[in-house]
Design a protein around this ligand. Sequence first.
Ligand code: PLP
Length: 403
Amino acid sequence: MLKLNENYLKLPGSYLFAEIARRTAAYSEANPDKRLIKLGIGDVTLPLPAACVDALKRAADEMGDKATFMGYGPYEGYDFLREAIVKNDYEPYGAKISADELFVSDGAKSDCGNIGDIFSEDCVVAVCDPVYPVYIDANAMAGRAGEYAGDKWTNIVYMPCTAENNFFPALPERVPDLIYLCFPNNPTGMAATKEQLRPWVDYANEHGSVILYDAAYRAYISDPALPRSIYEIPGAEECAIEFGSFSKTAGFTGTRCGWTVIPRALRRGGESLYDMWMRRQSTKFNGTAYVIQRAAEAVYSPEGREQVAGLIGYYMNNARVIREGLSSAGLEVYGGEDSPYIWFRAPNGQGSWEFFDRLLHEANVVTTPGAGFGPSGEGFIRLTAFGDAENTREAVERVKAML
Ligand code: PLP
């Protein structure tokens, strides 16, 4: 008889966003005259940079002409984009990555989720708590998480990130095989320093672990001393895989393009992880669309760079408005300086959901309860800077008035 992948059946429902939607809809239905402002959204709101739109159109014309039509592309992506990424996102920061260590993807989520294909089901996985849920759920689907026991999986190593450790995890006692790190972090909005990352690289090399470094928010780092890539840390090329994305950098959430770096020096069990991932990709993935790769390449053109800087500046101004506004109202606020996320503690010991409800009912602002990202998120709220500037300003004023 056909059997299902029972690991899927162990997954809890996608409770967080469904519950936010349910509470928001119930409030709107009962109060149709109230205008809600959403500061919970993780999606961008500004359109693609004009340079990317122009490149998309030019590439579409090429596809419509027999002389320039492109069929299947290389599994690992076109050289023009791999080289542009390395030249602009690695070389200037002293990260010694070459174009032939990089795979173009259809976004960071797929690769963060699929990378587990090249590792054993027995691998022990460590994640920060709170965490971007994809890392845990993808490993639960692969049978690595054990059982879901209330708010945690029995076989996942949770590394608490709290105000006490400045939202940076301590090296775990139980040595994991796979360690997901994400900086700047979703949801806490905190970036990591080189000094903080160095012991992780040394630890992974000492124990044979692999760091899965999610740098989806690297473009939001404003402090030049902070690393944009794990490969700015010596030795990382022997222990780390890195994921990048054009989603939040250049508004590609709906356009879909990212990349994964697997250095040639990264070997485990005598095998090259680059070769294993290539084997996986060539079997299960036929590449990112040519037109999309051309649009991504345009991110690095002189006009593209200027337009991207404009997008990021717009969102970071929102982040500043939120951070300064909430701090001035006496809240304990984190993030928002090198990241589009702001993480703050609900006042007077209130729970995440309790304060979410107050913000919804009294300020008509929709947020994301921190508890939804893991047990250590309890008592916190996440806001994003991806909204409209005017609405963001108004939302902050409403929260201040409520407090
Ligand atoms: N990684 C993190 C930490 C994210 O927050 C997100 C999106 O919200 C992603 C990856 C997914 O990025 P992409 O749109 O490139 O799939």
